[in-house]
Structures are given as C-alpha cells and as structure tokens.
Design a protein around this ligand. Structure first.
Ligand code: MSP
Length: 680
C-alpha cells in the first residue's frame, strides 16, 4: 500500500495555538488515524515556523532574543496538540540544525540547475504575511490587502528564483494533475493567477539576520517562505545529498502520497511557489494541497485587536477533547469557511453524541445485556427478519460511504454517514423493542436483536475512532473488546457484517457522552466567559476568560459612524424629550450583507425597516462581523439620518452598536418584533 504523508502548515510562534490552527492539526490527525486503520503506513508532520522578520520583531517587542521566544513558544504548541490527542509523528522547528542543512541543500540543488541568480530587489513587503507586493496589489494608502496594515519599502541586494520560467511548466503540471489542489474552485483561482504570468521571486534578505544563511553567501538569509516550505522535506531527511534518507525515500512522492493541509490564505505559497521550487530542483511536487476555509467565532472574525482568539484548552476542559474534535470536524465543511458556535457545539454534544450514540449504547448495553443476557455479548440466533437485513445493509452502506468521504478529505460528510447509521440503529431499537423481548421466556429473538445493535455499535466505534480516539476506546472497553491496534497491511475498517465475537463479558460504565443540562450548560458558558444572544440562537458571544488583555473600564456605547460635531461640542449632556423624539429609531431586519469592495471597515447591508423597499445602510463593522452572521438579525437603526455617500454608495441610516475592549456588537431587540417598529 502506498504510504500516506500528511502535513499541517508550520505555525508562526508569535501566538499560541487557537481554534483555527487546532482545526488543521485535528484534521491532519483524523486523516492519519484513518489511513492507519486502513492498514496504510502513515506519517503526520506538524511544527513551527520560527524565522523571519515577524518573529524577530515579536521577540524584540517582548525583550527576548528570537531564539528565546521560539524556545518558549514551542511548549504551548506541543502541549496543546497533546491535549487535543493530535499524535504527530514529528514536530519540526525551522531553527533545528536538521532543517537548516536540508533547506540549504534544496537551495543548492536549485542554484546548481541555474534557477537562482543575484539581483536587486525594490518593492513593497508586508511583515504580517511575510510577502512581497507590487504597487498594484496594494490597497489605497499602501496597505497590505490581507492585513490592512502599511507595507514597507524594501531596496536591497537579493537572490531571485526564476519563477517566471515556471509559468508554463506549472500550468502543464496542473493540467496533468487535475486533483492537485482542492477544492476545485480554489484550484481555478490558482490557475488564473498563474495564467496572468509569474514574476521572479526575491529569495533572500540582507537587512536582518534572523533566518537561514544562504549557502556560500552568509550576508543573505533565506526568504522565510523558502525556508518554511522546505520543512515538509527536511523533516524526512530530504532532499537526499550524500547520506541515506529512508523516510524521504518511503514517503515523498512519487513513492508516497503527500497531502498538505493549508488554510486558504496560504494556498498560493503551496500551490505555486512550492511546486515551482521542487520542479526546479528536479523533485516531485506534493500529491495534493487541500485548502480549508477560515473559522469565525460566533459570527465574528478572530483578530489580535479584538483579542478574541478562541483557545482550544478551555473548550476541551468544558466540553471534553473528543466532543470538541467531533464538533470541529462535523460542523464545518472542509474547504469552506465556517463558524465556531458554542450553541451549536452544545446542541451537537447533547443531540448527536449523548442522545444519539451514547444513548444507543446505554439503552442496550447498560440495561438489557446486564439484566437479561448475563452481561455477555449474545450470539446471533437467526433467522434474519426484514428489519435485521435492513440494518445490516445500512451498516455496510454507511461504512463504505464514510470511507469514501474520508478518502476524499471530507470529514464532515464521513461523520454524516456514520450518524445515518446511528439513527438507523436507534430506529431499529425502537421498532424491535428489545425491552419487550426481554420479558419473553425464550430469549433467542432478544439475543439476535441485541447482537444486531451491538455489532452496529462496534462498527460505529471503529469509524469514530479517527475523530474521537478516547471515546472509541471507552466504547470498546464497555463492550469488552480489545483496543483497536492499527497494523500496516491490515484493514480494520468495517466491511463485512458479523465481526463482533459472542460470549465476551461486557463492562458497562459511565454514559459515554454525559448530556449537559441547562444549569451545566450555563455554568460551562459562564466559565468560558461566553454570553449567548438568546437560548439556542446563533450566538453573538465573546470571551472574557480568553482575552489575553487585562480588563479595562468599559467604554461608552458608540455608534458605528462618527458622532456629529454638535454632540461633541455640547458640555451639558442632557437633552429634552423633544430632542430625543427627533431621532427616529426603528427595528431593521437584515436581509443581505456583503463587504464593500476596497474597504476593510464597511459592510453593505440591506434591511427591511418597514419602508416600501429595502433600505441600504453602510455600517463600519466589517472587522467585527462575518457578513453572513448578520443576515436575519433584527438591529436598531437610526432611520431619519440624512443619507450620505460612503465609497460611492448611499447609506440611508445608521446601525447602532456598542463596543468595549472585547469587541463590537450591533444592537438587537429581544423578540421577533415586526421590522419597521419604532424603538422608543
Ligand atoms: N507560517 C505560515 C505557514 C508556513 S507553512 C510552510 C503561517 N502560519 S500561521 O500561524 O499564520 O497560520 C497557520 C495556519 O493557520 C494557516 O493555514 C492559516 O490559514 C490558519 N488559520 C489562521 N487563522 C485561522 C482561522 N481563523 N480559521 C482557520 N484557519 C486559520 O501562515
């Protein structure tokens, strides 16, 4: 079987792990565990990107040397991945000697083939994304299009990579490898970018030292992305120069299948630069690059300025590691943007995990098997009824479907298939009523039915094990089964009915997934510092506990546009009722929301505010809300504000919002008031 090699991006050490980085790491762990279950040799690499200007500056700001910073920061990463049951086979740091040597070896291979030359670089650079920009790529005011921060002018001697020469070879490569980038919509974006023609890439810097020295010219340090990308190879001991590199031989394509999981923001580096470097070195590019989407949190972007990076540790503490892994893999379609919602996590924990799977195991194992079958797995007695045959067929169909989805890197669909089986098994229990069969003298039908349920649960236990290894283990323990031992060459994925041995003694324990009652739910959310809008709603939440910033006094509520000079000039702040009555406040139902091109702050909303036609309002809230999170919300608007033009678009009013150091929140009314209702 062809070896499988999966990687996460190597993370910058200027921040601790958050739910976004945990997402890639958990996905890589799930894929690795799945491939191992299938009997494939599998390897999972993660690590840290420790060089470059961003890290050097972060260290300086903290009064540390870059090496001190990176040495300190590796620990939280290692600990978090361990806590989240992410069992990587290797953890590479780009400051390690084994990496530096191999990054230099890759450089030499490309240079010897003539695709690196010395020149002079003059253009713009964003430290945030460690990327070069030409003027046409920048936003107004010379801002980086990703970080919306000013870029820096750079003029220095630099080595260049002949990327321009690889425009056509890359397009040919894409043509020959139609699954090279997933999802395919993203592949199309990559192709159109390359079709526009590529410029040579500056590959070294002389103005700072925190990087890997260029071979033969130590005045220069390597461009941090060249250094970083080569981690995928250096961790295997490649490229091979004069010494053997068995891992490289085993796992690097074409011998192995290599899948890079990356966020959509760093796809270009992986799908354009990286294969170009490899082609230039005469090496085989990765098999596939999977670009996943970005997570927002309860509808809000995570950002340093808001201090709302959601940390996985408190979530794991509150809800359990496995439910958190399950939720992340289940709720977000891999490849699309998604929203982390505490309310949805709780709903899935209570619904699919506790009521669905936990209850299935419990209702049969903890009661019927103990009371009526001597605590042992019964033998199937036959004959099969139509219901039995349907369950058997459904089990095999779902197992096949889940495997197909995992092969296609669609964890959410795989779980969907597994939960179709959970529902089918619960329906089977409802219909066959084993509690009624237990009352009969002759226990043969009971044994047959219970065997069917438990064999289905056994299969489910195997299929959930990549996602929830701890719970899968507990489930097997309760059934009296040995732990699953993935072995190369041995496919453990369920493919035939009847693998459950009869006669073994079961050991029912605590419910697999304890349900959170309303009080526990409220306590968990309070501990996390999360406030939900309304019970069960798509929550607008923020987390005090997770904000690294110290608490400042709450700021005044503010509107989303600047206050008028008149209000600023007044010293007596009280107003008469007549003054207040002049302001027409109404309830507006958000119908659509979208970003305003070229503006990092504005969203264009259309609202039903009781007018004959939808009203357009431009609100300065883009940094706080994902547009889709606003649709369907009832907000309070100032309806009689003189219309004004912003970015060429007319804004017919203002959305009220309040902010403090934890974020900005649009005003809302409690209840489904008719759009257009007056707020008094
Ligand atoms: N160091 C580079 C990667 C080099 S790989 C050779 C880097 N590091 S990063 O720490 O900034 O980002 C790592 C990954 O986290 C990226 O894939 C990025 O897309 C992902 N995410 C950061 N925020 C995220 C979310 N909010 N949601 C999902 N993923 C997110 O880039």
């Amino acid at each position: 079987m062809k070896p499988f090699y999966v990687t996460t991006p190597i993370y910058y050490v200027n921040d601790r792990p958050h739910i976004g980085t945990a997402y890639s790491t958990i996905a890589a762990d799930v894929l690795t565990r799945y491939q191992r279950l299938r009997g494939r040799p599998a390897r999972f690499l993660t690590g840290l990107d420790e060089h470059g200007l961003k890290i050097a500056r972060t260290a300086e700001a903290q009064g540390l040397t870059p090496q001190e910073l990176t040495d300190q920061m590796q620990e939280p990463f290692r600990q978090t991945w361990k806590l989240l049951s992410c069992e990587h086979d290797d953890f590479i740091r780009t400051t390690e000697r084994r990496h530096k040597r191999k990054a230099q070896a890759l450089w030499r291979m490309i240079q010897e083939r003539g695709d690196i030359y010395l020149g002079e670089y003059e253009d713009w650079y964003c430290v945030g994304c460690e990327t070069f920009y030409t003027e046409k790529d920048l936003l107004e005011g010379k801002l980086c299009p990703q970080h919306l921060k000013p870029v820096e002018r750079i003029k220095e001697s630099s080595y260049f990579f002949r990327l321009s020469k690889y425009t056509q070879p890359l397009l040919d490569y894409y043509e020959a490898h139609p699954d090279f980038v997933k999802p395919s919509a993203r592949f199309n974006e990559v192709k159109s970018f390359v079709r526009e023609g590529l410029r040579d890439l500056s590959l070294s810097r002389t103005s700072f030292r925190w990087g890997i020295p260029v071979p033969g010219d130590p005045e220069h340090v390597m461009y941090v992305w060249f250094d970083a990308l080569s981690n995928y190879m250096s961790a295997l001991g490649g490229p091979v120069e004069n010494e053997p590199a068995p891992l490289f031989e085993q796992f690097w394509p074409p011998n192995g299948d290599l899948v890079h999981l990356v966020g959509k923001d760093i796809l270009r580096f992986h799908a354009v630069y990286w294969p170009a470097f490899l082609l230039a070195a005469g090496l085989t590019p990765p098999t596939q690059i999977w670009a996943h989407g970005w997570l927002t949190v309860n509808g809000q972007k995570m950002s340093k300025s808001l201090g709302n990076f959601l940390r996985p540790e408190p979530l794991a503490e509150a809800f359990g590691v496995d439910p958190l892994r399950y939720y992340l893999m289940r709720d977000v379609a891999f490849g699309q943007d998604g929203d982390f919602s505490h309310a949805n996590l709780i709903a899935r924990l209570n619904g699919e995990l506790a009521n669905g799977l936990g209850n299935l195991l419990n209702r049969v194992l903890a009661s019927i098997v103990q009371k009526s079958l001597g605590g042992r797995i019964p033998a199937p007695t036959g004959p099969d009824t139509a219901e039995d045959l349907t369950l058997q067929a459904e089990a095999l169909r779902c197992a096949r479907a889940a495997a197909e989805q995992l092969d296609a890197v669609a964890p959410q669909r795989a779980l969907e298939a597994v939960w179709e089986l959970v529902s089918a098994a619960n329906r089977y229990v409802d219909r066959t009523e084993p509690w009624a069969l237990a009352k009969l003298e002759d226990k043969s039908r009971l044994s047959h039915v219970v065997y069917h349920v438990l064999e289905t649960v056994r299969m489910i236990g195997v299929m959930i094990s990549p996602f929830m290894p701890g719970k899968a283990h507990e489930l097997r323990e309760q059934m009296g089964l040995h732990p699953l031992m993935a072995t190369v060459g041995c496919d453990l994925w369920p493919s035939v009915w009847g693998g459950l041995p009869s006669g073994i003694t079961t050991q029912p324990g605590k419910p697999l997934f304890p349900r959170l009652d309303k009080d526990q739910e409220a306590a968990a959310l309070e501990n996390l510092g999360v406030k939900l809008d309304a019970p069960g709603s798509h929550a607008a939440a923020t987390s005090k506990a997770q904000s690294p910033k110290s608490q400042k006094p709450a700021q005044e509520p503010k509107v989303t546009e600047p206050a008028s000079p008149a209000t600023q000039a007044s010293t007596d702040t009280s107003i008469s009722y007549d003054d207040f009555a002049k302001v027409e406040l109404r309830v507006g139902l958000v119908l659509t929301a979208e970003p305003v091109p070229k503006s990092d702050k504005l969203l264009r909303l259309t609202l039903d505010a009781g007018d004959p036609a939808p009203r357009q309002i431009l609100a300065g809230i883009a940094q706080h809300y994902a547009p889709e999170a606003l649709v369907g919300k009832r907000v309070i608007i100032v309806a009689n504000l003189k219309p004004r033009k912003l970015m060429g678009l007319e804004s017919q009013g203002m959305v009220l919002a309040a902010s403090d150091e934890t974020g900005l929140f649009v005003s809302a009314v409690a209840g489904d008031v008719k759009p257009g209702s007056l707020v008094k």
